[in-house]
Ligand binder design. Structure first.
Ligand SMILES: [Zn+2]
Length: 491
């Protein structure tokens, strides 16, 4: 007769034991890097709240994986118990039970108890601290209110499926979570099928990415718990059920696809001097003046209404888009080139969509109509206003470079800095100017402030590109504000 033990008393290499556990997590089947080994990991917990890793290898996966369902209770006997080698420890668990076809597993009817485990969730507003930190992942709790369009992309010559889900917290803040490949097939499908009933998820060990501001994404070690029997999750679902009108409104407005300064801007946001920007930085914060040329510029391009890609189709003509493969009318979208200048240098940047319209004070349609009538936009006022304004900007490099090797940037966010005296003579108090003189080797090549002739040339060259609309290489992902988002209808 096997001894019925709690998890903490089951020691490595022990035989003849049984333990009653609940499956807290069931991860995706993964391959070990560079080996043919496949494995699937689980997290089990017991009534004392102790946890242990379960693992199934190779041919045992199809036989045993089905038996163990998440949140269900089982009596497990005589799994092989062993310490997890340090280099394979991805959480705080140090012991694993190897489940094989010899392991005895009996399901125990459960009274739908609340999980006895505690999680530490990151607040949405704290996520920015972990942005692009490859060594860190976070746990978040949120109610899924909508999903964007599923996409297939090619990454490192391998096809991947990805879909973004919109998570909401009780502060009515939203953040996008990208589910990749197997996560999409498994938990993603479950989330979609439950979308009408506000599924609450705990996303464990997800990465904080820098995608039009803060965004979350799964990676190999993540786990998504859908409607887990956990107190906080139930409270959040009840909150959602009490606030269906608010949620409908959020889904209708779709503000969650826009850059969200509330989440992505730190209270004491540090900025970089333009001369210190390196090409390795994924995104950069700068304080700068925005200016653009007085010479004739085309402030718009014809785009697919759905995905913002450039098209040769005429205004309002419905066409099948090469990019999103759907039929949509062509509409003019605002886009133009500006220079960002601080006291240390100047860089070229492009601004798109709503951000561009606000800066220009004309929308894409107005810009197009002026262009068609060969009338310049009346921009004197805008140019004058910009002279006295200072902006805080979040920019990211564009992959394609100009012929003169100057790195181009896309503005993903800007806001005017209130204090008008904080002009171009901005002091270095808040900024790191330590390497001001000793420019690093990988610095981008900079223009000189006031080097007007150079700048005009660049603008002209950029405008030239518009003669062939197909060549406007817009990364849709950079312009999430317009990113195609056939929202799944909620309710
Ligand atoms: Zn399209």
């Amino acid at each position: 007769m096997a001894n019925l033990l709690p998890i903490r008393d089951v020691m490595p290499h022990m035989k003849n034991w049984s333990c009653i556990i609940t499956v807290q997590e069931k991860q995706q089947v993964t391959n070990s890097l560079g080996t043919p080994t496949r494995k699937q990991k689980f997290v089990f917990y017991d009534s004392e709240g102790s946890r242990v890793e379960g693992i199934i290898f190779n041919d045992d996966i199809p036989r045993m994986s089905q038996i163990l369902q998440v949140y269900k209770k089982y009596k497990i006997s005589n799994a092989e118990v062993r310490p997890i080698p340090q280099k394979f420890q991805t959480s705080d668990l140090t012991i694993q039970w190897v489940i094989s076809s010899r392991t005895v597993i009996d399901e125990i009817p459960d009274d739908d108890a609340v999980m006895a485990v505690k999680f530490c969730y990151s607040k949405f507003t704290d996520l920015v601290q972990y942005m692009d930190d490859k060594t860190k992942s976070v746990d978040v709790l949120g109610v899924v209110i909508s999903a964007l369009e599923r996409k297939t992309i090619t990454k490192n010559s391998r096809q991947s499926d990805v879909q973004k889900f919109v998570l909401l917290n009780e502060e009515s803040q939203t953040v996008l979570l990208s589910l990749w490949d197997n996560f999409l097939t498994n938990e993603g499908a479950e989330m979609l099928s439950k979308l009408h009933s506000y599924p609450v998820i705990i996303a464990r060990r997800v990465k904080v990415n820098n995608y039009n501001g803060v965004a979350l994404g799964t990676w190999f070690d993540s786990a998504i718990l859908v409607d887990p029997p956990i107190q906080e999750a139930r409270e959040l679902k009840n909150w959602a059920l009490r606030n269906t009108n608010l949620i409908k409104e959020l889904v209708e407005k779709m503000d969650y696809i826009k850059y969200n300064p509330q989440l992505s801007l730190k209270p004491d946001q540090k900025t970089t001097w333009i001369c210190n920007i390196t090409s390795t930085q994924k995104t950069v914060w700068v304080k700068a003046q925005i200016s653009f040329d007085h010479i004739f510029q085309k402030y718009w391009y014809m785009s697919c209404k759905n995905c913002c890609r450039a098209t040769a189709a005429d205004y309002e003509v419905v066409f099948t888009c090469n990019s999103c493969k759907e039929k949509h009318p062509a509409i003019p979208r605002c886009r133009f080139d500006v220079d960002l200048t601080d006291s240390t240098g100047v860089i070229p940047a492009s601004v798109f969509g709503e951000l561009a319209e606000k800066l220009l004070t004309f929308n894409g349609l107005e810009a197009m109509q002026h262009f068609d009538q060969n009338v310049e936009l009346p921009l004197e006022f805008v140019h004058n206003e910009l002279k006295s304004k200072m902006f805080l900007l979040h920019i990211k490099p564009v992959q394609t470079q100009l012929a003169d090797a100057r790195q181009r940037y896309t503005i993903i966010y800007y806001s005017e800095i209130d204090d008008p005296t904080a002009s171009i003579q901005l002091t270095s108090q808040t900024e790191d100017d330590s390497s001001f003189l000793g420019k690093e080797v990988d610095n981008v090549r900079l223009g000189t402030p006031g080097g007007d002739s150079d700048r005009s040339k660049i603008c002209v060259r950029l405008s030239d590109r518009f003669d062939e609309p197909q060549n406007v290489e817009l990364d849709v992902d950079e312009n999430a504000e317009c990113s195609s988002s056939k929202k799944q209808k909620l309710i």
